[in-house]
Design a protein around this ligand. Sequence first.
Ligand code: ITT
Length: 186
Amino acid sequence: MRRKLFFVTSNPHKVEEVKQFFPEIQQLNIELKEIRSDSFEEIAKAKLQEALEKIDEKNAIILVEDAGLEIEALNGFPGTYSAWVYKKIGCEGILKLMKDEKNRKAKFVAVVSAYIPDNEIIITTKGETEGYITEEKRGNKGFGYDPIFVPYNYPVTFAEDPVLKNKLSHRLKAWTKMKKKLTNIL
Ligand code: ITT
């Protein structure tokens, strides 16, 4: 793809991961406001709208991502509030909420939205990876909730095995779908 692809995000970990399977993207480090909503798609679209207002790159493809962790026993919490909850209570706080809870099912979700200036359309893709919440933190790589998330059928957390994470993460799935759509359009 010869077009410029700008990923607008303040999170360097996201960029590092995405670049491994989508090396063409470049980070634009802008902190975007996050509206309150239960829908990752709605938040991603609002982030994209704000990014478009702030960026003067008429020809580039602008992309944003909204992601989070949904825990079944907590009715999907922290979900779209994942970044805020992480700042307030971190992995330790989530483990406290999950104390004595038998159902430890959880999933990571990522939604990517892109603006195509040629025809002024917005494309959105989604990726999900299921797993469960550990009893304690394990591993020191990755970011956010990686130390307490184990994907199904594997014994390690995302923070213990970043190579594994990048083979099956929600981020990989959402961005691979996006790359395919962009390749078909452009
Ligand atoms: P931008 O909005 O600037 O892109 P952000 O970190 O605020 O950066 P989100 O609003 O999408 O991004 O927040 C998602 C939060 O969910 C993130 O801060 C982490 O705490 C958590 N999260 C998302 N993906 C994750 C992953 O792959 N591993 C661990 N935690 C993740």
